[in-house]
Structure formats: C-alpha cells, structure tokens
Design a protein around this ligand. Structure first.
Ligand code: PMP
Length: 373
C-alpha cells in the first residue's frame, strides 16, 4: 500500500520494534517490584524518562507516561479545571484543537471558555489572544502543529503573552510536532505527546510538565508514576517510544527535506487544476487539498482502489459527520470543506509512492470529471 495517512498514525520503525521485543524479553518485570528484576526495570524506566525530556529540549521537566495524547490532554485539562479555587474563571483555546482537548474542555460547564481566532493562514491570531487575556484567565491550551492542515502555531509568541499573567497554566498538545519540527517549548507548562505519531508503538505517550503541583491522577490504584498514573508501567513501549524518538530526531532534517521535495511535486502536479484548492500548510509532510464539487470520501475511496491511502479531514473525524473545526476556523468555503482530503507523508514514503499518488489522483479526477466544479 502507498500509505499517506501518517498524521493518523505511523508504521513503527525497525529500531523501535527491536527495542520493544528486546525489552519484553529481558525486562518483563514490574517496575514497582522490589526484587532485582524490578529494580533493573525501574532503572531502565527512569533512564528513558530522562532521555525523553532531554531529547525534547525540556530537561528540567517532569514526565509522566500515559497511553497517548488523548489521555495526556485529559490529564492536564481535568487536573487543572477540577481545582475548586479556579472554578468560574476563563479558559482560552484555539478554535481548531483536537477533540481530546475541545470535548474535554466542554465537559466543564463551570468555566468561561473563549476561543482564540485563527487567521486565514491557519495560525492563532496573537492580537486576538492579547485582547482575550485578563487576570481572570487561568488556562491556555493550543496545539503546536495542526493535525488537519499542518500549520505551525506561534508557541513562543503565545508563551511570551501568557507569561505576563502569572496565574496562567499554558498547555501545548505537541502530538503532531514531535519529530517533525523543532519548537522551543520554553514558557510552556505542560506538553502532551504520543509515540505512534513518530514511528513508535501505539498506546503510549507522555506529559512533560513543570512541577507546579497541578497534575492530579485520572486513574487511581497502585500509585505508579509517582501516584499520577496507576497501572503497571508499559516499559517495553516506553523504551520503544524513546528509541523511536531518537531515530526520528536523528533523521528529521533529511526526512523533512525529502518530503518537501515530494510536496512540491504534488503541488506542481495539481496547483493549476481549476477544481483543486490547496489549504495553507507550513510543514513539508501535510497537504490538505479540496476537490471542488466532490465529497472527500469519494476521492478517498477511489484512491483506495488504486492502493493509495489518504484520509478525509482526519481519522478522528471521519467516522462521524462533524464539521471540521480547523477548516471552518480558517474560513474555508463549505464546498471546499466537503471535498477536502489530507495527504500526510512520513519517513517511509518514497518517490514511487508519490508517483503512485499522483497517478491515482489523476485517475480520480477523470472518474469524477462530470461533477467537478
Ligand atoms: N492531539 C492531536 C493533535 C492528534 O493529532 C491526536 C491523534 N489524532 C491526538 C491528540 C490523540 O492522540 P492519541 O491517538 O495518542 O490519543
């Protein structure tokens, strides 16, 4: 299969898979056990934790392992907003967060949730953020890279604005940024990450956070992870995630440069087509394009016949017919939203995949030519 759905999930890389198998074989112990095996496993866990924070450029941050970014986002938001002393305050969020942020926030009806506007280019409007800031704001959450169109958010700019308000806790959902773009997370209080987006195993992630005694466990039990996340620690996946991160970061510049070439090739092939519209994107590996007059699903299905896998707006949305928040927020016309398709590339893609994709899109265009506008 020619796989172009890497923003939904990536194929685990070989070194991470090897680490996962080896850790299962050699360090299958419970990290909480006090026998020698448990101590060895626990040492490996702590080494992995330090390596992760340091590779992400936040060496002084604490780290708690989670099952992924959905749990990470829930952990940070619920910890913060269940604090009685801030109930009723204001929370600021971009209009295009992942449902694990937006839908979690919406469960807190005792807060004044305000949405920071997006520009047509797909970025947070910093002037609007400044207007919304006040002493009543306690929590700001913005993703680092948008999962639908691949725009990079001005994290340093947001950090500098919110730092003038000491009460504010600033959370970043960095799921789509890790291993793809270098972002300076200085001034960010907590980051959520997810291993399966950077060629690690699924079902593992982390929250990296400044120790401010804010986090409260979602899961209660044996008190693993310093009491923040009970349940036997998934050490093989933690070790494999850290290995995947090293692999991804080491090859990042080369991979992104190669993908930039692929992106240009895809753009060149279709940018002059009267029924195709490209959405703004800052990263090499995400292309969001609309087929005007056709439903995105129709294109996805035709490409699938040609063994090419892309997605409609995002896998998280495609099973239920919700309007796409990102495309709405940047002012995309409804007809272009309906016809939008996301092509997301990764380190395993080759020129052959790209040629197959271009051929398949040309085939799809011929198939739907009568309904294109
Ligand atoms: N945030 C963003 C921006 C994402 O793209 C995703 C995955 N689609 C998530 C959070 C959820 O990640 P996970 O699958 O690890 O729960």
């Amino acid at each position: 299969m020619h796989y172009f759905d890497n923003a939904a999930t990536t194929k685990i890389c070989q070194p991470a898979l090897d680490t996962w198998v080896k850790t299962n074989e050699k360090y299958y112990y419970n990290t909480a056990s006090i026998h020698d095996g448990g101590k060895e496993a626990s040492r490996l866990l702590e080494t992995a934790r330090r390596q992760l924070s340091s590779m992400l450029g936040v060496p002084t941050y604490e780290c708690v392992f989670t099952s992924g970014a959905t749990e990470g986002n829930n952990l940070v938001i619920k910890s913060m907003l269940t604090k009685k002393e801030v109930s009723g305050s204001t929370v600021l969020v971009s209009q295009f967060e992942h449902p694990s942020v937006i839908d979690t926030l919406k469960t807190f009806t005792n807060y004044n949730i305000k949405y920071i506007r997006a520009t047509e280019q797909g970025h947070i409007d910093l002037d609007h953020l400044k207007e919304l800031m006040s002493d009543d704001v306690v929590f700001v959450t913005v993703m680092a890279v948008n999962n639908i169109i691949g725009t990079i958010q001005p994290i340093a700019g947001i950090a500098s604005i919110v730092s003038q308000y000491p009460k504010v806790y600033f959370h970043v959902d960095a799921t789509q940024a890790i291993g793809k773009v270098n972002i300076n997370y200085e001034g960010v209080d907590a980051l959520s990450i997810s291993s399966h987006k950077f060629y690690g195993p699924k079902g593992i992630g982390a929250v990296l956070f400044k120790q401010k005694n804010i986090l409260r466990p979602l899961l209660h039990g044996g008190g693993h992870e310093g009491g923040l996340r009970s349940g036997t620690v998934n050490l093989p996946s933690v070790a494999a995630m850290v290995r995947a991160l090293r692999e991804t970061l080491e090859s990042m510049d080369n991979v992104q440069q190669r993908l930039e070439g692929y992106k240009l090739k895809i753009n060149d092939a279709f940018s002059q087509h009267p029924s195709i519209q490209f959405q703004p994107s800052d990263v090499p590996h995400v292309i969001n394009m609309s087929f005007i007059g056709v439903k995105g699903e129709v294109i996805v299905n035709i490409l699938s016949e040609k063994n090419v896998a892309v997605s409609t707006t995002s896998a998280c949305h495609s099973n239920h017919a919700k309007p796409n928040e990102t495309l709405l927020a940047i002012g995309t016309e409804q007809i272009a939203i309906d016809g939008s398709v996301r092509i997301s590339m990764g380190m395993h893609n080759t020129e052959t995949d790209v040629d197959a994709l271009i051929d398949a899109i040309n085939y799809a265009l011929r198939e739907v030519s009568e309904v294109l506008q």
